[in-house]
Design a protein around this ligand. Structure first.
Ligand SMILES: [Zn+2]
Length: 308
């Protein structure tokens, strides 16, 4: 039984995950971006409570966290959302509190490991996991191993430049995939392109746009068409670069994947002619809203368990 900890910019989720990827108990609380030691105490308390709820003893702890982390040192890097957590080591601290082995990875990598081990990516040796929500993130698995860059760095698939004249991104470039194809980009498109008298303009969200498109609202369908085009360009780049067996699609925007997939596939067909793009399977993530939590547990198995 692994204690799973998913640290996000606004919330921390904690759960107990068995060795087949089932979540037996879960809890969540808001993240205090400035206070690390209170945060770790809170995590420890939630781990004890969920273990009690699941009536079990922890055998290890896995952590998936937003932002840059150093998986080998077990430390937080320069996490924008969590200034007070920079340079701190939840791996060392939780290991001390619980006297257990603890492993940490970036949350995109953790989710990729989960889908590769227990989800839609099972038995795919070259796998790219992509999550599209308020941003775009992901993880890359090659020959069953998590791809790591220099110093264990996590590649930022969401910051590939799709249009150098596009909107300014927090990373410093213009027109990153994330700035053009994450959920907020759909909202921006609506705000700038919907007709003046469009009834749903006020306070519209990506989710609402998808709902309207499902009801064949013409303006929402245009927004979806635009979104699918940019999703397709980013995915086509990944296929040209990696020719993976599969790309697993996840995140809130992908809950409406049926709206986007045909157009995405036509973009890929258009521009991936020198690689066997038709052999790369586009598949939907299968672990649902618990993917990050399950991923955190999988991080432990990947590092210390027999699973790899
Ligand atoms: Zn960027």
């Amino acid at each position: 039984m692994i204690g799973a900890v998913d640290i996000g910019g606004t919330k921390i989720a904690v759960g107990i995950v068995d060795d087949t990827g089932n979540v037996l108990a879960r809890k969540q609380a808001p993240t205090d971006p400035n206070r690390y030691s209170e945060g770790i105490d809170l995590v420890a308390r939630m781990l004890r409570e969920t273990a009690q709820q699941a009536n079990t003893q922890l055998t290890g702890i896995g952590i998936g966290s937003t932002g840059p982390v150093d998986p080998m040192k077990g430390e937080f890097g320069d996490v924008d959302f969590l200034p007070g957590w920079r340079g701190k080591s939840p791996v060392r601290d939780l290991a001390q509190i619980f006297n257990l082995r603890v492993a940490l990875e970036n949350d995109g990598d953790a989710a990729a490991l989960a889908e590769a081990g227990w989800g839609a990516g099972r038995n795919r040796s070259r796998l790219i996991y992509i999550t599209v929500g308020t941003g775009i993130g992901g993880g890359i698995i090659l020959d069953g191993q998590l791809y790591r860059g220099v110093d264990g760095a996590h590649p930022e698939v969401g910051h590939q430049v799709i249009d150098p004249n596009g909107p300014l991104c927090s990373c410093g470039f213009r027109g990153c995939w994330e700035s053009l194809a994450a959920g907020p980009a759909m909202v921006t498109w609506m705000e700038t392109h919907a007709p003046e008298n469009y009834a749903h303009k006020e306070g519209i969200s990506a989710k609402k746009i998808c709902e309207l498109a499902q009801q064949a609202d013409a303006t929402a369908l245009l927004a979806v068409e635009h979104e699918a085009f940019y999703l397709g360009l980013g995915l086509a780049n990944l296929i040209n670069l990696f020719t993976p067996d599969a790309i697993v699609l996840s995140g809130s925007v992908m809950k409406s994947a049926n709206l986007f997939l045909d157009r995405i596939k036509s973009v890929i067909r258009q521009g991936c002619r020198f690689v066997p793009a038709e052999k790369t399977e586009l598949t939907l993530a299968s672990l649902g809203d618990d993917t990050n939590l399950i991923g955190a547990a999988r991080v432990w198995h990947y590092r210390f368990g027999k699973a790899s």
